[in-house]
Design a protein around this ligand. Structure first.
Ligand SMILES: Nc1ncnc2c1ncn2[C@@H]1O[C@H](COP(=O)(O)OP(=O)(O)OP(=O)(O)O)[C@@H](O)[C@H]1O
Ligand SMILES: [Mg+2]
Length: 216
């Protein structure tokens, strides 16, 4: 258990002529927050998509606990996509409960998780509001709740802090740091634009022109 880690091992990806990643390699240990910065187009989102398994690498491998990612492991990942992914017309609580159910939670377990995370992220008062009626920052808090609701083993977040006010950055950072919520040993991989809050991770890596720089 102590040795569990998410390994990005020599991952390369091209889109036609565009080289998005060249032999990207880093590990995120259990319990570690790995912050991951790079300029626009550096390959951050591509890395998170490959880490989640929604995009296939041309070369290299992603492993969790020593084994290549399979469908079962993918279900154990909490993901916050760059394009976000909430249904604008669904109510906050309904939507989160639905996502929990999709991940195999029972109705009561999903409801309990929704109550916990909306409370923790400061959007409990908005549970019965449609997502589209929330401000951008509050939508983002709900998006983080969506990544956490099924109590994932691994968290992969693409620019979780973008568009947030300082208070929201604080709350999100705290939630991400808390070892006691769910899994003490959960590795967290978070990309960002290199703003001050991005130095918050236990470890910091970066991409430039598709190459990993100073990772680890
Ligand atoms: N589906 C795609 N088809 C073609 N090119 C793509 C695709 N996805 C990414 N790319 C290209 O790969 C490179 C890396 O893109 P990526 O989205 O991973 O960067 P990023 O670091 O997340 O940038 P940003 O900070 O703007 O979010 C870019 O040159 C981008 O244009
Ligand atoms: Mg991106």
């Amino acid at each position: 258990m102590a040795d569990r880690r998410l390994e990005i091992d020599g991952v390369s990806k091209r889109f036609g002529d565009v080289v998005a990643l060249t032999e990207m390699a880093f590990d995120v240990r259990a319990g570690e927050i790995f912050g991951f910065v790079g300029s626009n187009g550096a390959g951050k989102s591509t890395t998170t998509r490959i880490a989640l398994g929604v995009l296939t690498a041309d070369a290299g491998e992603v492993r969790w606990d020593g084994r290549p990612l399979d469908l079962d492991t993918r279900r154990r990942v909490g993901y916050m996509p760059e394009e976000r992914g909430l249904y604008p017309r669904m109510k906050v609580a309904e939507q989160l409960a639905y996502l929990g159910r999709l991940h195999g939670m029972s109705v009561p377990a999903a409801a309990a998780a929704v109550a916990t995370w909306t409370e923790r992220l400061g959007v409990a008062g908005r549970r019965d509001d449609e997502v589209q009626k929330l401000s951008l920052g509050n939508q983002q808090r709900v998006q983080l709740a969506a990544a956490l609701v099924h109590d994932p083993d691994i968290l992969v977040l693409d620019e979780p802090f973008s568009g947030l006010d300082p208070l929201a950055v604080d709350i999100m950072s705290q939630v991400l740091r808390e070892a006691s919520c769910g899994h003490p040993g959960r590795p967290r991989l978070a990309s960002g634009d290199g703003g001050p809050e991005q130095t918050d991770g236990d470890n910091l890596g970066g991409t430039a022109g598709g190459n990993a720089i100073g990772a680890g």
